[in-house]
Design a protein around this ligand. Structure first.
Ligand SMILES: Cc1cc2nc3c(=O)[nH]c(=O)nc-3n(C[C@H](O)[C@H](O)[C@H](O)COP(=O)(O)OP(=O)(O)OC[C@H]3O[C@@H](n4cnc5c(N)ncnc54)[C@H](O)[C@@H]3O)c2cc1C
Length: 299
């Protein structure tokens, strides 16, 4: 399998049966048939068209901080956009950056240029690509407020430019969750500000996270989408489920909105816990909680 792709990209790193637990913040996930780490847009194009022409499923990932990969792993190809795609360009009040840059570096680069607007993203442990796709947000801000243009590649290898009004942004949603199109770069419009004040805001957010979130345990952030008018953590807490374990997974004793891996958890543990919470919340509140975490892989 994949011989043709290896012939096309002889120098590209490709790993067969790569365990996804090494590529997710949950430290969970079975083997991907093939993981590819491209080094250029040309290589991305090659992988995308190879998958399209051969009807091979393709999953593009960033830092795996919003992913729950099932234990049987992922059939097809996983393409990880990481350290080879971290270019960052400052143009006046705008920043254009590649999908693989971490939100950690991006927020620091923006602050160093005295540009405000990205402070909310301090502590979001993903890549820019993942944040654009998930419309990541926190503390009253979200990506939709700053992203003005996205360059993406579709499954036929064509590079397309999406303007802000074409991104279909809503709460933790974007067009890229449905259109088999992969984010290459994003342009963000920021606002000149005071560097010290920007740093102070970032420090405040970092401190709030450290106080409230189980950052010391592997997780994928908030497990569930927030239903309008409710907060998931307090709802689960009211059910008496804070700290509730299942296998090696557990509802975080620190923040009930997070499921954490106590070490050695499998996806089945987390999925069972998700189902138990969904059932109990439905019974008590009549609300259908939906996972925010993207569940992928063979069932
Ligand atoms: C401790 C912790 C705290 C968190 N706090 C927050 C928070 O405050 N707010 C928040 O919104 N999220 C939060 N998250 C979740 C997560 O960090 C974000 O959703 C983040 O934006 C995901 O980025 P990623 O690069 O890790 O994406 P991944 O997890 O790798 O992927 C997420 C989804 O995006 C797709 N994707 C990734 N890159 C691309 C690309 N280049 N092109 C097309 N599709 C792509 C993947 O296929 C997948 O469907 C938190 C997670 C953790 C572990």
């Amino acid at each position: 399998m994949f011989d043709e792709l290896r012939r096309q990209l002889p120098a590209t790193i490709m790993r067969e049966n790569e365990l996804m637990q090494y590529h997710t913040s949950f430290n969970i996930g079975g083997p991907a048939d093939l993981m590819v780490l491209p080094r250029s847009v040309e290589e991305i194009k090659c992988v995308v068209t190879y998958c399209h022409n051969n009807a091979i499923p393709l999953l593009v990932i960033g830092r795996g901080s919003n992913l729950l990969v099932r234990d049987k792993g992922i059939r097809g190809i996983v393409m990880k956009l990481g350290s080879n795609f971290q270019e960052f360009l400052l143009q006046g009040d705008q920043i254009q950056a590649q999908a693989g840059i971490s939100m950690y570096d991006l927020t620091r680069n923006a602050a160093a240029a005295s540009l405000q607007g990205l402070e909310f993203a301090e502590g979001i442990p993903g890549s820019l690509g993942g944040a654009v796709v998930m419309n990541a947000g926190a503390y009253g801000g979200e990506m939709s407020e700053v992203v003005i243009e996205v360059e993406a590649i579709d499954e036929t290898g064509e590079i397309r430019l999406f303007k802000a009004d074409e991104l279909n942004y809503s709460y933790r949603r974007s067009i890229f969750q449905d259109n088999s199109t992969y984010v290459l770069t994003a342009r963000m419009q920021l606002v000149p500000g005071d560097m010290d004040e920007i740093h102070v805001r970032m420090q405040e957010y970092a401190q709030k996270r450290a106080e409230k979130q189980p950052l010391e345990m592997p997780s994928a952030g908030s497990t569930f989408r927030r239903p309008e008018g409710y907060f998931v953590g307090p709802m689960i807490e009211e059910l008496g489920m804070k700290g509730y374990p299942y296998g090696r997974a557990q509802i975080s004793p620190k923040h009930a909105g997070f499921i954490v891996n106590r070490g050695g958890a499998c996806a089945e543990d987390v999925l069972a816990l998700i189902a138990i919470v969904q059932k109990r919340v439905r019974e008590k509140y009549g609300i259908d909680l939906q996972p925010e975490v993207r569940v992928v892989g063979e069932e």
